[in-house]
Design a protein around this ligand. Structure first.
Ligand code: PLP
Length: 413
């Protein structure tokens, strides 16, 4: 078939699906029937020119909003030079970004990958190898928490323990002991001679914006120290400035041994990483783990530009101020919609409202007001604006959310 014939056939097929999703894309997501053509800061714009205020940020990913000039420049500059060499060779961008991450956190070492699940998977492997090279191969189990989300690979769905994500995929990967989120006694009782680590999100995102108390996280640190366990903080969603600090662990005065990150670090470019202390990283020696695309020069260039912006003086203070503004405004929304809003939750700009209807109804009504928000478990609707969102955009989002809730009220009464 000639190239032009192939092209025209493709366009005819595509044209048939302009009113709904193409069946050529596997149906693994319950998508909104919305297509965006471009983005500008906190706004997503359709081909028809409709502007949506984006308080989902690609699920806490677009920390600097859409098409940020610094990120566009970093990506295009790198694109003109070098895309990929693999990890057969040194990658300059990896060394530069790793050193900046090490300088800004508890970590001594960084492993680069492409997603949150991959970063969590690396953390699980690092934990097991750590004890293996320490002469304790019998220690390989990890204590995890109810409501946890660590990704969709076979090991990370087992770590998360959510039945909905495990169903039909055969026997779950062994080695995870689940205890209720926030229950120190249960965590302590779950520790046995085979326990290798405790793994937790300092603030759960998918689980419904559940923030672990500072005290609880400190007590987990103590438990780990007492029993020779590694402490893993999954900061894939709450990290990279979302909590109001560069990483959420900074609110606690303690640090983890391992920290998978992703989502925000790439600002929209696929990028994940596992941060570790020298000791916790000691099992992952040459040949034990890898990723072809991990630490790809394009991802490194963007990741560095994101980190550079988030570390700029005043940026994180700005996040904290905006978070306070958003939280206060949401409290007012709760007061004006007591029939629908049960609670306002969050840490920094990882915020949510617990609603008394299905979150999907609120998400849908918000779309009617051209506001994008994201559902979560536990009947929560998440508001995850870009970290550089403007005060006026917060005010605008609150008005749109209020109107969306009015719509839901009207349709349920
Ligand atoms: C999203 C998320 C993951 C998985 O990240 P993917 O990039 O979707 O694989 C893991 N942990 C947490 C806390 C997350 O929010």
């Amino acid at each position: 078939m000639s190239a032009s014939l192939a092209a025209s056939e493709t366009s005819t097929k595509a044209a048939a699906h302009t009113t709904g999703p193409s069946p050529a894309v596997m149906g693994t997501y319950a998508r909104q029937n919305l297509v965006f053509e471009r983005g500008e800061g906190a706004w997503l714009i359709t081909a028809a020119g409709d502007r949506y205020l984006d308080f989902a940020s690609g699920i806490a990913v677009n920390v600097l909003g859409h098409a940020h000039p610094r990120l566009v420049a970093a990506l295009t500059e790198q694109a003109g030079k070098l895309w990929h060499t693999s990890n057969l060779y040194r990658v300059e961008g990896q060394e530069r970004l790793a050193e900046r991450l090490v300088a800004s956190t508890f970590a001594d070492k960084v492993f680069f990958c492409n997603s949150g699940a991959e970063a969590c998977e690396a953390a699980i492997k690092a934990v097991r190898r750590y004890h293996y090279v320490s002469g304790k191969p019998e220690r390989w189990r990890i204590v995890t928490f109810s409501g946890a989300f660590h990704g969709r690979t076979l090991a990370t769905i087992a770590a998360g323990g959510n039945d909905k994500y495990l169903e039909g995929f055969g026997p779950p990967v062994e080695g995870f002991d689940h205890v209720p989120f926030g229950d120190l006694t249960a965590a302590a009782e779950a520790i046995g001679p085979e326990t290798a680590a405790i793994m937790i999100e300092p603030a759960q995102g998918e689980g419904g914006v559940n923030v672990a108390g500072v005290e609880f996280l400190r007590e987990l640190r103590e438990l780990c120290d007492k029993h020779g366990l590694l402490l893993v903080f999954d900061e894939v969603q709450c990290g990279m400035g979302r909590s109001g600090k560069l990483f959420a662990y900074e609110w606690t005065g303690i640090a983890p041994d391992l920290m998978p990150i992703a989502k925000g670090i790439g600002g929209g470019f696929p990028l994940g990483a596992l941060l570790a202390t020298e000791d916790a990283a000691k099992g992952l020696t040459a040949g034990t783990h890898g990723s072809t695309f991990g630490g790809n020069p394009l991802a490194m260039a963007v990741g560095y530009a994101v980190l550079d912006a988030v570390l700029e003086p005043g940026f994180l203070d700005g996040v904290q101020q905006k978070a306070l503004r958003l939280k206060q405004a949401l409290a007012a929304v709760k007061d004006s919609h007591p029939n629908l809003v049960e609670e306002v939750r969050g840490q920094g700009l990882l915020t949510g409202i617990k609603v008394k209807v299905a979150p999907a109804e609120v998400v849908k009504a918000a779309i009617g007001e051209k506001l994008l928000v994201a559902g979560a478990s536990d009947n929560v609707v998440r508001l995850l604006p870009p970290l550089n969102v403007a005060d006026e955009e917060i005010a605008e989002a609150i008005q749109r959310l209020s109107r969306a809730l009015d719509r839901v009220s009207a349709s349920t009464t």
